[in-house]
Structures are given as structure tokens and as C-alpha cells.
Design a protein around this ligand. Structure first.
Ligand SMILES: [Zn+2]
Length: 272
């Protein structure tokens, strides 16, 4: 792998723009066929215009996104509930869980260890809020798996398998995730979402002897894959390259995990 070459891929702004049908995020992508949402990591090949054909869905997604943009996270979470009530889609549960995770990260980030004891209470309030969001996320991932399972029985669609796989991965259920990945590899071999899933699984396994299939997946041109690449480089102590990639990535797409990794790298660099 060649970091300079991978960085070159991020030089130009992604020309394609999709919209996530599960959380309403605008999804930039280098790939003209599809993108992976930077908030919920779900697959989308729909433009905002195409999604508009379903006016009710678009209205809900718009209001969800405007809540997120104005910082009203609780309203956004309520919109997810309304969206699930009308769609019964496992992907909506997963997207909602991902928003809980990003709020939890934000709450943890608000803790302040610089100020004297007087602020301890505030720190503990942030920790408590973060833990509550983590447990809500966990419950939603479990629910997403059971809803996906029900549907997979009659419709073993690759998207549903991916939703199940991603939820299992986020719950740390590596054995279950491996089974779902095998089903994806058997049912939908060669599809971009299958390639992407193999990358995620390989990153989660963190096996030092194996190099995750970055080359093939980065060429697909979806933005979140670059986060995993940066994380991989950071684990190999190549902090400079990881940082460069994250800064470019965050210019195009707001991704909570990427922000968290970048601030972690910057903290380490200040200490060094
Ligand atoms: Zn999304």
C-alpha cells in the first residue's frame, strides 16, 4: 500500500452526491453508482431527487436532519422513532443507534480534566449521559438484528444482511458477524457492500498478520473507508499519514469516528 497514492484519491472533492434513505444525510462519494453514509454507514444509491418521489419519507428525513444541524439531538432521535414506526426498517434502527453513539462520544468529549475539583459533578453528568446513550445504542442494535432476521427469512437481501452484520460488529459479536459475512460472501459475492463488509470485519479482527483489503475498497471511492484506513495507519504508529487522511476526509464528510480519531492523534502528538 502506498499512502501518497491513497492521499491522492482524496485530493479532489467527491463529485457525486447521494442521500441516505435511513437518516437523510447528504452522502458525498467518488463513486458514480453509490455511497456509504458517513453517519450510519449504510449503503445508498439514491440521489436526493430520487428520494423525493417518496414525499413522506423526504419530509421525515428533512426534519431529522434539521434537528441534527441545529443541535437538537433529542428531536432527531424522536424523528428516528417516527421514521421506524412508518417504515419498520431495520436500517432506521441502526442509523438511530449510530446517532446515539455519536452523541455519547460528544458527551465524553465534553469532560474536562483541566479544571479543579469543583467541576467533578459536571464531568460525572457528562459520563452519565454518555453511558445512557451507549446503552440506548446497544438496545437499538439488538432490535435492528431481530427486525433484520425476521425479514431475512423471506428475503435474504444483501442490504439486510449488511445491516445485521454491521449491528453485530458494533455490538462486538464477532462470531455472529462472521456468520453474516459468510452469508454475504455466499449471496452477494463481488458486490461493493460485500467488499466493504470484508474490510470492516478484517479491521475489527485487528490481526497483525493480515492486511485488510484496503486497496480494492478505497478504489470504490466511498468516504468512510478512508476512516478505516486512517485508523489502520494510526495503529501502525504512522500518525502523520493518518492525520493527513483524516483532515482531508473531514473536509468532505462530517464523521464522528474520524473526528474522535483525529483528536486522539492530536492529543498524542502534543504529548510527544
Ligand atoms: Zn445514513
Amino acid at each position: 500500500m502506498n499512502v501518497e497514492r491513497e492521499l491522492k484519491l482524496l485530493e479532489k472533492e467527491p463529485a457525486e452526491q447521494f442521500r441516505c434513505g435511513y437518516c437523510g444525510t447528504q452522502v458525498p462519494s467518488y463513486n458514480p453508482q453509490f455511497g456509504i453514509c458517513q453517519l450510519c454507514e449504510l449503503y445508498t444509491d439514491k440521489s436526493a431527487k430520487e428520494l423525493k418521489k417518496n414525499a413522506q419519507l423526504t419530509d421525515l428525513l428533512d426534519s431529522l436532519q434539521s434537528s441534527i444541524a441545529s443541535g437538537n439531538q433529542n428531536d432527531a432521535l424522536k424523528s428516528f422513532e417516527t421514521l421506524f414506526a412508518s417504515t419498520k426498517n431495520a436500517g432506521v434502527l441502526l442509523a438511530s443507534a449510530m446517532l446515539h453513539l455519536s452523541i455519547a462520544d460528544e458527551e465524553f468529549g465534553k469532560r474536562d480534566y483541566q479544571t479543579p475539583n469543583g467541576y467533578m459533578e459536571e464531568n460525572s453528568a457528562h459520563s452519565k449521559a454518555a453511558l445512557a446513550h451507549y446503552s440506548s445504542a446497544k438496545a437499538l442494535f439488538f432490535k435492528a438484528i431481530s427486525v433484520a432476521d425476521m425479514e431475512i427469512k423471506t428475503n435474504p437481501d444483501s442490504n439486510l444482511l449488511y445491516i445485521k452484520f454491521l449491528s453485530q460488529l458494533r455490538l462486538g459479536q464477532l462470531r455472529g458477524a462472521k456468520n453474516s459475512l459468510e452469508a454475504l460472501n455466499a449471496n452477494a459475492k463481488g458486490l461493493p457492500i460485500t467488499l466493504y463488509s470484508n474490510l470492516l470485519y478484517s479491521c475489527a479482527m485487528n490481526d497483525k498478520k493480515l492486511v485488510p483489503p484496503f486497496e480494492a475498497v478505497l478504489q470504490l471511492g466511498t468516504l468512510p473507508a478512508f476512516y478505516y484506513y486512517a485508523d489502520f495507519l494510526a495503529n501502525k504508529n504512522d500518525l502523520g499519514a493518518a492525520k493527513k487522511i483524516l483532515i482531508k476526509l473531514l473536509k468532505y464528510a462530517e464523521m464522528s469516528a474520524a473526528k474522535k480519531l483525529l483528536s486522539g492523534i492530536e492529543r498524542v502528538q502534543t504529548v510527544l
